[in-house]
Design a protein around this ligand. Structure first.
Ligand code: SF4
Length: 490
């Protein structure tokens, strides 16, 4: 049975996770960040990997070993030891062994994914290859595309991992050699693992560490099906499961000695004690006092590219492709506009905003600080001629998420979440349910079909669905805002 490093990682996290993944049908690969280019070829141009052996998917491991005798450069070569198979981006022969070049499709390689580096080198050493120098090829955050891609500027080569301030600090060689372990026993345990050997699901920190396990809901279905005011909905609580195990079922009965005491937790517990709803009216009125008519509820959709596809873009820059605006006037009337484009229409996007957003009143976005304000600032940098108007929009923007994320308002039906969809589901059950696109990433995946000029795509339907989805986001904000007005007493 062929194993990959990802299998070992899953097994170490949880044997049940490894087995469930192994026995599930392959999932469709839908990356959050788009990477259209042949990045290995581009990087080969950067390091001068010419006359190289090029490995292919499905190669027998002997092929790479034979190539190691005849070539000075090995690109994407496949090696294996004890059924653990690795793909090595670049190996370059020197007088005293081989230099290894890892690829990191990101801006700053940190020493987080150490198993991948260590396990790769372990397999190479077991195959008798002596590794001398260690490098990581990664994307250059300072690169700005102008015309054709320039591999020399697009990539950086580092012999160090970066620290939390993104400064190169820890030599790759030192880190890998210090952390490398003999994998023999682990591989044998993975090979021996079967459903008869794993225990029933047990909730531990590994289920939610870094990223919530994708099988969490199937391992612990009772959490989704339990009451909305269950103690396990208590936000950022270290002890919610301890409280549950001690017989505390509801937020209202939380043990004061076992809560951290954040404002959100207070609003959750007070909400449950209060029949399901908590409102800090003075704080809510204060927030509402900043919102002036005409109120522009605004939502953006965008695509993120690892490698900049258009002039003026850096690696990992975003391309905004859609906005929806609902404008609520003081007399209660509402007007609605949607802008949608494919390919590079950043200028039209910026000009459209200047045309469609009123020059006075407040702009309201949900998670404005983490999204719309950043997008507007990026446009201001890319189109300095519009910077004044775009930055004026930023200065007039309020974040509708704030009353919820700050614990000013909590309804137990939120179940510890405060996304716009969660709040909207309490107001109007039909909201997102009738849409064919219901999530931001689904919108991006559909838009990609338009952007790729995919002939099999139903362009008209996708366009309609994208407009309906983005339109629902800005409409939902008007509904939530009116609800907050009601809660504040009008
Ligand atoms: S949710 Fe937890 S127990 Fe279930 S598969 Fe994931 S890590 Fe394992």
């Amino acid at each position: 049975m062929m194993l990959h490093i990802s299998d070992l990682k899953k097994f170490v996290r949880c044997p049940r996770l490894y087995l469930t993944d192994r026995d599930s049908p392959p999932r469709e690969y839908r990356p959050f960040v788009r990477l259209d280019e042949e990045v290995t070829e581009l990087a080969a141009g950067k390091i001068g990997a010419v006359n190289a052996f090029r490995g292919q998917r499905g190669d027998e491991p002997e092929k790479a070993l034979e190539a190691a005798v005849n070539y000075d450069w090995l690109v994407s070569a496949r090696f294996a030891y004890m059924d653990l198979r690795v793909k090595v981006p670049f190996l370059h022969r020197n007088e005293d062994g081989w230099d290894i070049y890892f690829m990191f499709i990101g801006l700053f390689p940190h020493p987080y994914d150490m198993e991948m580096y260590c396990d790769t080198v372990w397999v190479l050493k077991k195959n008798g290859l002596k590794i001398k120098d260690y490098y990581i090829i990664h994307l250059n955050s300072d690169y700005v595309r102008q015309g054709e891609l320039d591999p020399d500027q697009l990539f950086r080569i580092s012999d160090c991992f970066y620290n939390h301030k993104n400064h190169p600090m820890i030599p790759v060689r030192e880190a890998v050699e210090k952390n490398m372990k003999d994998l023999t026993d682990l591989i044998l345990r993975v090979q021996a693992c079967g459903w008869d050997t794993v225990q029933l699901p047990v909730r531990t920190s590994r289920c939610v560490s870094r990223q919530k396990c994708r099988y969490y809901d199937s391992c612990f279905p009772e959490e989704k099906e339990g009451p909305a005011n269950s103690i396990i909905t208590l936000i950022t609580s270290h002890y919610r499961y301890d409280m549950k195990a001690a017989g505390i079922e509801y937020l209202a009965d939380a043990d004061p000695d076992l809560i951290e005491g954040s404002r959100q937790q207070y609003s959750q517990i007070a909400g449950d004690q209060n029949g399901g709803l908590f409102v800090d009216r003075p704080a809510l009125c204060s927030w509402l006092s900043y919102v002036k008519y005409p109120i522009t509820f605004i939502d953006f959709e965008w695509e993120r590219f690892a490698i900049p596809p258009y002039d003026g873009m850096h690696p990992f820059d975003v391309l905004p492709f859609e906005y929806s605006i609902h404008i609520l006037h003081e007399d209660g009337t509402v007007t609605h506009t949607v802008f949608l484009s494919v390919h590079d229409d950043r200028r039209e996007f910026a000009e459209g905003l200047i045309r469609d957003v009123p020059s006075e009143g407040t702009l309201v976005a949900y998670n404005a600080e983490g999204a719309e304000k950043i997008r507007l600032e990026e446009l201001a940098l890319q189109f300095p001629e519009y910077a004044g108007q775009l930055r004026d929009m930023i200065s007039r923007m309020e974040d509708l998420q704030l009353p919820f994320s700050s614990g000013t308002v909590y309804d137990v039906r939120m179940r510890g979440f405060w996304s716009l969809k969660t709040i909207m589901s309490m107001m109007d059950d039909e909201g997102y349910k009738n849409l064919d696109i219901r999530e931001g990433m689904d919108a991006v995946f559909q838009w990609r079909l338009l952007d790729y000029d995919d002939e099999s795509a139903d362009t008209e339907k996708i366009t309609e669905d994208l407009k309906a989805y983005c339109g629902m986001d800005s409409y939902a904000m008007t509904v939530v805002y009116k609800w907050l007005l009601e809660l504040a007493g009008g």
